[in-house]
Each structure stands twice: as structure tokens, then as C-alpha cells.
Design a protein around this ligand. Structure first.
Ligand code: HEM
Length: 251
């Protein structure tokens, strides 16, 4: 039995053949969902790269790392109030997260319904990154929640018992980071999450460029290479921090 014959039987509808064959209009369309995912995915790509470079400031010591956190809050003052730029960035990131996760869910659900009981078999190993996107995406979502409770809001028991909230003039970001990564299970979770982030980014970034229309052979080669470089840089840079704390290089 073919997929088209199976559809009316699943829904139980008895429609005329012409009506049954009419194209289904979905809102938002699959195309719109893919574009939203591509744009928000690129925003996240830029964010994690810049965030990783900021994290590396931990190697400059307590002073360098803490003053970076304070500087971020005083950005564009007095034109913008204290923490104003940070709140705009938070709002943009949250909107991107809602769009990215929402569209990912819609596309995943539609694909599942369209596929019915059939499963693709014998896929090549190089499609591993593509096939694991929903799983790595969900783990990263859980990681982001954990990470904010751990280092931004200082919510226990996720945050360490020594977590100290920042004031308008002083940040304790460095000490909070060290206390958090001093817990081996937390460091292990961060390392595992960063490995998955590398996998998610390396596939997601070139897919985003592709979905935005850069489909030429040369551009495809360049975007695959760039996505790989950014993914590995973010992964290695971030993983180095829990490793540095556990080995006492950062303490
Ligand atoms: C080992 C890797 C990471 C380290 C060491 C790290 C470190 C930090 C630190 C210290 C803060 C607090 C900054 C402050 O208070 O000014 C922070 C906040 C944050 N991080 Fe990370 N981060 C890592 C990975 C990530 C990743 C992969 C993401 C995104 C997928 C991410 C997203 C965020 C967000 C959204 C915030 C909250 C910013 C805010 O609203 O104040 N981080 N991170």
C-alpha cells in the first residue's frame, strides 16, 4: 500500500479525490519555519562564538574576567540605563530561542506525520549530525536552563553553595565560575554539553547558510568549512575552562 492510499484511512475522512489531492496550506509555512530557524541559528552561532571569546578572559585572571562582566552592564551609559544593553541582548536571545525551538518542533512534528510509520534505513554515517539535531537541540535547551540557574541567577542546588550575586560595581563571575566547575559532575555536564554543541553547530551553521539561499558548490564548500571551524573553536575554547579549573590552571 502506498503512502497516499494510507492517508484517508488514518484520518477516517471520506473526501472527493480532487479535494483530497489539494495542497495543504500550513501556517507558518515550512519555508518560513526554515528561514526563522536559519536566521535565529546564525544569531546563536555568533552569540556562542563571542561568548566563548569572553569566557577565555578567565585566563587573564579574576580582575580581567570580573571587570568584563561589570563593563557589560555599564555599556552605553548614561544614554542607556544600567544593564540596558544586556537586557536588549537577553530579549533578542529569548525571542530567537522561542522562534528556533518553536519552528524546530513544528517541522519535526510535520515530518513525523508525513512519514507515518515508515523509517529511513541504512543512512550514511555522515548524516549523523543531521539525524541527531532534535536530540542535541533538546539537550542544549536543558543546558541553557541549567547554565543560567548556575551562573546568572545563582539558584541552588544548581549553583554552588559559594555563589555570590554581583552588585552594581562588583562582579564575582570568576569565583562563581571556579566554584561551579570545582564540582566534577558539573564540569562533566558542561563538557558533554559542549561536545553536543559542537555537533549541533557544525551541522546547523552550514544548513542555515544553505537554507538562506547560498547553495552554489563553492559557497557550500566555504560554509561547510567555516561551520566546522566555528564549531570546533567554540567547543574546544569552552571545554578548556572546566578542564582548566579541574586541573588547577584556573583557580
Ligand atoms: C564552558 C562554557 C561556558 C562558560 C564557562 C560560560 C560562562 C558564563 C558566565 C560566567 C556567565 C555569567 C556572565 C555574567 O554574569 O556576566 C554566563 C552567562 C550566560 N551564558 Fe554562558 N558559558 C558557557 C557556555 C554557554 C553556552 C554554550 C551558551 C549558549 C548556548 C551560553 C549562554 C549563556 C547565557 C544566555 C547567559 C546569560 C547571560 C545573562 O543574561 O546575563 N553559555 N555564561
Amino acid at each position: 500500500m502506498t503512502t497516499t492510499q494510507a492517508a484517508p484511512a488514518r484520518t477516517g475522512a471520506h473526501r472527493p479525490a480532487a479535494a483530497a489531492a489539494a495542497p495543504v496550506r500550513r501556517r507558518p509555512s515550512d519555508f518560513a519555519c526554515k528561514q526563522v530557524m536559519a536566521v535565529t541559528g546564525l544569531v546563536f552561532g555568533v552569540f556562542v562564538l563571542v561568548h566563548m571569546l569572553g569566557n577565555l578572559k578567565a585566563y587573564l585572571g579574576r580582575q580581567g574576567f570580573d571587570s568584563y562582566a561589570v563593563w557589560l552592564r555599564h555599556l552605553l551609559e548614561p544614554v542607556v540605563p544600567y544593564s540596558g544593553v544586556l537586557w536588549v541582548l537577553r530579549a533578542v536571545l529569548l525571542a530567537c530561542l522561542v522562534g528556533h525551538v518553536g519552528c524546530a518542533y513544528l517541522l519535526w512534528r510535520r515530518a513525523r506525520i508525513a512519514r507515518g510509520p515508515f523509517r529511513r534505513k541504512g543512512l550514511p554515517l555522515r548524516s549523523f549530525g543531521a539525524r541527531t539535531m532534535p536530540v542535541t537541540g533538546v539537550v542544549l535547551l536543558l543546558f541553557i536552563i541549567f547554565h543560567i540557574l548556575d551562573l546568572t541567577t545563582g539558584t541552588r542546588p544548581v549553583a554552588s553553595a559559594e555563589y555570590t550575586p554581583m552588585t552594581a560595581t562588583r562582579s564575582f563571575a570568576y569565583d562563581n565560575l571556579v566554584h561551579s566547575f570545582d564540582r566534577p559532575w558539573v564540569s562533566a555536564f558542561y563538557i558533554a554539553a559542549m561536545l553536543l554543541l559542537g555537533l549541533h553547530l557544525s551541522h546547523g551553521l552550514w544548513l542555515a547558510v544553505n537554507d538562506l539561499g547560498a547553495t552554489g558548490h563553492r559557497l557550500r564548500q566555504v560554509s561547510v568549512a567555516l561551520a566546522g571551524i566555528v564549531a570546533v573553536a567554540v567547543m574546544v575554547g569552552n571545554i578548556s575552562l572546566p578542564v582548566a579549573v579541574l586541573t588547577g590552571v584556573v583557580s
